[in-house]
Design a protein around this ligand. Structure first.
Ligand SMILES: Cc1ncc(COP(=O)(O)O)c(C=O)c1O
Length: 397
């Protein structure tokens, strides 16, 4: 029996069985053709079955698929870390690989906490955002702000402070707790699983200054926002964090892999003769050679095919297609980069939309009060408009 994610197995609808996929299209076992409007949880940025990505993996398979990084190393992981160091802004150069976004966020938090114990600091609080989502492992659930996870912690999460994305709340949190904070972790500009909430870069700029003033590490969880989703390569191109976490699109959605990249200051906090100052972490599959090869090719495609232009065009089409669209059940329509969210007042408004989309040749998966699309960047205009038409048609029935 397969235990499927985020559902009550007793009442869940059976999942749609996919037999093959190409480009932005998923083909079902029963012969249906569906446009994937959400890039398989936002990671398949080049679409499915891309011949160059396929080749990158198959070439490496014939060499070796995996060797551990404990005491061993290899070309693909060295090339990927060199590429990321060169590609990421400023001195975000020190790459710790892991197998999923959640684990990579765990590593970022562990880095921040140990950075402080290594320098004999007693700081013990973490600042995070209301509606934050950083993964499903324990520490990520703790910094997250999702009622579904509160069973694990009771009501209180003693050392975690959650604030809304207003400059006022930010300044108050630093004034009240600044001296006790180890780090401030955010999904920058776009909070995904917490409800596709978008906020202004001014908040991040102010936060950067406060982190400097109070000596607090700033962590960007760009597992969802990285690689173009907000219209920026990384939000870190606009405001620089001390630690950035990348996952999902890192491998073009081919293989689960993620990376926590620290700046020189964080690295230096661990780099000394004292063995207890080492970062004691080591996922079995960190730096997996197949994942590294496909990630390198994915970055090459991103650069060579000028994805930022593609994302800009997607954004323009999303705006054009939803511009004057309104319905009394809609609370807000918002867009950032290649992400459109239609938020409704009452979540029951979306009951049945998934089936409706399916019947119209679109795979969608609304959650909370959100109907949304985050398409693969290779989507053509016609398929993109089919997605927005389907979303609008739900309200026009
Ligand atoms: C911002 C953010 N961080 C972390 C994660 C967790 O990544 P993973 O599912 O690869 O563990 C997600 C997944 O949706 C995410 O959106």
């Amino acid at each position: 029996m397969i235990w499927y994610p985020y559902c009550q197995m007793k009442t869940a609808e059976p999942p749609i069985k996919i037999s093959h996929a190409k480009g932005v299209h998923l083909y079902t076992e029963t012969g249906n053709d569906l446009i994937d409007s959400i890039s398989s949880w936002w990671c398949v940025i080049h679409g499915y079955n891309n011949s160059e990505l396929n080749n990158a993996i198959t070439q490496q398979v014939n060499n070796f698929s995996h060797v551990m990084l404990g005491g061993l190393t290899h070309d693909p992981v060295q090339k990927l870390s060199a590429k990321l160091s060169e590609w990421l802004p400023e001195d975000l150069d020190y790459c710790f690989f892991s197998d999923s976004g959640s684990v990579a966020v765990e590593v970022a938090l562990k880095m921040a906490l140990q950075f402080n114990t290594n320098r004999n600091s007693t700081r013990n609080k973490i600042l995070a955002l209301e509606h934050a989502y950083h993964g499903d492992t324990f520490k990520t659930m703790e910094v997250g702000d999702d009622n579904d996870y509160h069973f694990a912690f009771g009501k209180e999460k003693d050392n975690i402070i959650h604030i809304p994305t207003t400059v006022h709340a930010l300044e108050k949190a630093f004034a009240d707790f600044g001296e006790q904070l180890t780090c401030f972790i955010v999904e920058p500009l776009l909070q995904g699983a917490g409800g596709m909430r978008m906020y202004d870069v001014a908040f991040l700029k102010r936060a950067r200054r406060l982190c400097d003033e109070y000596d607090v590490l700033f962590i960007f969880d760009e597992v969802a926002t990285g690689f173009g989703r907000t219209g920026n390569r990384f939000v870190a191109d606009l405001v620089q964090p001390d630690i950035i976490v990348l996952g999902k699109a890192l491998t073009g959605g081919y293989i689960g892999h993620a990376v926590t990249v620290a700046n020189k200051r964080v690295w230096d906090g661990f780099y000394d003769d004292e063995p207890t100052h080492a970062l004691m972490h080591g996922p079995t599959f960190m730096g997996n050679a197949l994942a590294c090869c496909v990630a390198l090719k994915s970055i090459e495609l991103f650069e060579r095919n000028n994805y930022l232009e593609k994302i800009k065009k997607i954004s323009e089409i999303l705006k054009r297609e939803t511009e004057n669209f309104a319905d009394p059940r809609i609370k807000e329509i918002r867009i950032i980069g290649a992400c459109l969210c239609i938020e409704v007042f009452d979540k029951s408004t979306l009951n049945g939309f998934k089936q409706f989309a399916y019947d119209n040749g679109v795979f969608s998966r609304p959650f909370l009060n959100c109907m949304y699309t985050m398409p693969p960047y290779i989507i053509d205009d016609e398929d993109l408009v089919k997605i927005t038409d389907t979303m609008k048609a739900w309200f026009l029935r």
